[in-house]
Design a protein around this ligand. Sequence first.
Ligand code: PGA
Length: 244
Amino acid sequence: MKIIYAKTAADASKKTAELLISEVKNNPKIVFGFPTGGTPVPTYKLLAEDYKKNKTDWSKITIFNLDEYVGLDKSNNQSYYYYMKHNVYDPLKLSETQTFIPKGTGDYLAYAEKYDDLIKEHGGIDVQLITLGRNGHIAYNEPPADFKSLTRLIKLTENTIEANSRFFNSKDEVPKEAISMGIQSIMNAKKIILLVIGSNKFNALKAIIDGKVNKNIPCTILLKHDNLVIVADEDAISKNKSSK
Ligand code: PGA
């Protein structure tokens, strides 16, 4: 495990964007796994800026997304498809054939079942970017974790519904279920970059750094991955922050 310490959230985002851009330059046909959520937004903005300025070639890459809410279709502005289209697909001019995301409506269960095979058909994920939930979830793999899990239907915990309610008008509007890649799906990636920003992720990150795998803190399974890079800002690391 390699840890890259960043002073601020902006520094962590910049470092992560640099890592991703250098991965694309090294392997123009790279297969990425990408997350949604608040944490990677500034990183995605930096990718878009780099694309405009330096014309980094994303035309042959592929992206698989970690998860999607059940019940929200693509046009819903809280769906993860919508998030990806606005933050990543459109700014990097990616085509529909380059991007994959679990479905949240229609034949979403059947699509979830074949999602891991789709990843395999594309040669597997070369670099998986992930973030942490406050409760240590990765994607929507809530505690207690099933370390052998593949992409499937998940019931979100109260903790996660509460955390996500900041993006909705009220907590009642937050979907209660999602389709999520499993822990095994994530661990199958050849390399994992974990981006951790903010003091509310302190406990989850500390559990990893402490070095003990515990199914009640799903992210601790990452200790078993042999190519893990953690990028974390000072708020996520420092014990001296008040709101940890
Ligand atoms: P956040 O969510 O980036 O919005 O904090 C991460 C997560 O819950 O996995």
